[in-house]
Design a protein around this ligand. Structure first.
Ligand code: C2E
Ligand code: MG
Ligand code: MG
Ligand code: MG
Length: 288
């Protein structure tokens, strides 16, 4: 009857919520074990100078190499890390690995790191990043920090002061995923961005959708007049790359150039391109 059906429906709803909570708890406890076990690692996505085709560096993308789940996306674990307060330490630990990796690469190559809006509520963030740079010996001028517009909502003056400290060290700041969410041109003035990254939703559809093309052109022109070069993310084929080069985007990244690579895969790619200088082995006193 209707009563029974209603009751069943309620039960179904209830158990699916319960299941969701259970999945979340499983992920969270897996993370608490996985973080100290070193299961969270940096992967690297190539960034290309569109005019010359040269590799300029990588965006570091966090991955969880879970022994039970396989490779887990940051879209799954970053929100949980943010909710539970794990994000700060997790981010710093992956960043440290990236600086250690990047130190052995050609000095022309930069690393871009995503910073969560939650991290921009930590007044010590800049000091923590600078400390990591000093400890690892990775030059601040090779580091770029990516922040999204939503970072500006919660505590703008704190975000401004953190970004100011980072910029004083020679670290560059880029505005990530521009054009999505609560986009506002006022945000471009709120912080001294060095670069704008156009969200892949506009880039992927640029050839089929004239609005997307118009938006990419407008953002590129705006960036040019503001002295903020553009990186287009989500380039999946040659035709899109050509279009973005014609529009005047400075840099691009996306699966056309390859999927994000592990540290070992990145080293292999760099070795093939002579971008992995051999470490200088110190000459000992007696052999000299
Ligand atoms: P994002 O910063 O916008 O990074 C770009 C995302 O687009 C990456 O997904 C990348 O793998 C994907 N992508 C790149 N090229 C293409 C393409 O041609 N086609 C398609 N379909 N996708 C492409 P990923 O690695 O899953 O990262 C998702 C988001 O997770 C990132 O978006 C970033 O917001 C966040 N994230 C990743 N690593 C970290 C981290 O260490 N800390 C924080 N706070 N967030 C991170
Ligand atoms: Mg990013
Ligand atoms: Mg992005
Ligand atoms: Mg994006």
């Amino acid at each position: 009857g209707a009563k029974k059906q209603g009751r069943n429906r309620f039960c179904w709803f209830d158990s699916s919520m319960e299941q969701e909570l259970q999945t979340r708890n499983t992920i969270e406890s897996g993370m608490r074990k996985g973080i100290p076990a070193g299961e969270f690692v940096p992967y690297y996505e190539q960034q290309i100078d569109l005019a010359t085709g040269k590799l300029t560096g990588f965006e570091m993308l966090a991955r969880w190499e879970s022994p039970t789940q396989g490779l887990v996306s940051p879209e799954v674990f970053i929100p949980i890390a943010e909710e539970t307060g794990m994000i700060g330490d997790l981010s710093l630990s992956i960043m440290r690995q990236a600086f250690e990796d990047g130190k052995s690469w050609d000095p022309s190559l930069s690393i871009s790191i995503n910073i969560s809006p939650v991290q921009l509520l930590d007044p010590w963030l800049a000091q923590k990043i600078v400390k990591l740079l000093v400890e690892t010996g990775f030059p601040p001028t090779r580091l770029e920090i990516e922040i999204t517009e939503s970072s500006l909502f919660e505590n703008l003056s704190l975000a401004q002061s953190i970004v100011g400290s980072l910029k004083n060290q020679g670290i560059r700041i880029s505005l990530d995923d521009f054009g999505t969410g609560y986009s506002s041109l006022a945000h471009l003035r709120a912080l001294p961005f060095d670069r704008i990254k156009i969200d892949r939703s506009f880039v992927t559809s640029i050839l089929e959708n004239s609005e997307s093309a118009a938006i990419v052109k407008a953002i590129t022109g705006l960036g040019e007049s503001l002295g903020m070069p553009i990186t287009a993310e989500g380039i999946e084929d040659k035709a899109i790359e050509n279009e973005l080069r014609n529009i005047g985007c400075a840099k691009g990244q996306g699966w056309y150039y390859g999927r994000p690579l592990s540290m070992q895969q990145t080293r292999k790619l760099l070795a093939e391109r002579n971008l992995l200088p051999e470490p200088v082995t110190p000459v000992s006193e007696d052999s000299a």
